[in-house]
Design a protein around this ligand. Structure first.
Ligand code: NCD
Length: 303
């Protein structure tokens, strides 16, 4: 495997290897501090980001490597009309590995075909976000001790939320998982995820517009409504506050519920929830750095 474009590029065994590697990095950081000496990561971000870009950069720095890149399309030659393929071919002359985020679905795949170095999809439009999924899998594994036999609620913008698409795809590969998809009707998950992922694998799932299943959930994955992917502001304003997680709603939830969110949060989780021991979203942030360290090592072929 040269690139990571979709979470299905990794086998179940490879996912497990990455989780084990990330845990080893957490336990023994010193062992890894020079592993990427003289290597360069290029972060090519054509869309805003805080966690993904900075966790990639922190990951490479903690491995002893260096970082180059840009954080907005307007400061790259894309603004002059350069193609993604030409940019990727160019960066291959300067760096050893690329992490790319782009508003267009499929752009990192185009880059991967043109680049001679590994390309990691750091989010492509409303499509996929495999490294957030690695972060989520590590978090679920550390919190729950397993990736199977879980009832997972996804709540919010399931239509445009790329982290949801990638995580459902990943969790559908483990036995005994079931899904409760909580959203307004207009923000339901895309048909291809329903058909090609959930139905094809015969997975139990339910679409709903209420919180009634809360008491049965092992994981609740909250998401923000993706304003930048709406065609009109009025629809965004109408839909953004439909699902807000409050302490009141959590009163009937399991004591060991794991509350996740890829972040950024807008207002879909009230601040009071942050102090509840079930809130795991800032643990996710930290896990993201470690699993990206493991991924960089894997793609560079470093042990
Ligand atoms: C997510 C993304 O960019 O898709 N953020 C992230 O990478 N952690 C979620 C979001 O923007 O809502």
């Amino acid at each position: 495997m040269k690139d990571l474009i979709s979470i299905t590029d990794l086998s179940i065994e490879e996912l497990q290897e990455l989780i084990i590697k990330a845990e080893d990095i957490i336990e023994n950081p010193d062992k890894y501090c020079d592993k990427c000496k003289r290597k360069k990561l290029a972060t090519l971000f054509f869309e805003p980001s805080t966690r993904t870009r900075l966790s990639f950069e922190a990951a490479m720095l903690e491995l002893g490597g260096n970082v180059i890149g840009f954080s907005e399309a307007s400061s790259s030659s894309a603004s002059k009309g350069e193609s993604v393929a030409d940019t990727a071919q160019t960066i291959s002359c300067y760096a050893d590995i690329i992490a790319m985020r782009h508003p267009k679905e499929g752009a990192p795949l185009v880059a991967a075909k043109a680049a001679s170095i590994p390309v990691i999809n750091a989010g492509d439009g409303g499509h996929n976000h495999p490294t957030q999924t690695l972060t989520d899998l590590l978090t679920i594994f550390r919190e729950k001790g397993r990736l199977n036999n879980l009832k997972i609620g996804f709540c919010g913008d399931l239509k445009f939320g790329r982290t949801v698409h990638s995580l459902i795809t990943a969790m559908s590969r483990y036995e005994g998982n079931s899904f409760v998809l909580i959203s307004p009707e207009e923000l339901r998950i895309p048909g291809y995820i329903k058909k090609d992922v959930l139905e094809r694998n015969g997975l139990p799932y339910k679409e709903t517009d209420n919180w009634n299943d809360m008491p049965e959930l092992d994981i609740l994955y909250m998401t923000r409504v993706q304003r930048e992917r709406f065609f009109n502001e009025a629809d965004y304003l109408r839909l953004r506050d439909v699902f807000i997680l409050t302490m009141d709603k959590l009163a009937i939830a399991k004591q060991d519920l794991c509350i996740m969110h890829p972040l950024p949060r807008v207002n879909e989780i009230e601040r009071a929830v942050d102090d509840d021991k079930r809130a795991c979203y800032f643990k996710q942030v930290l896990n993201g750095k470690y699993i990206r360290m493991a991924l960089i090592l894997k793609l560079l072929g470093i042990d």
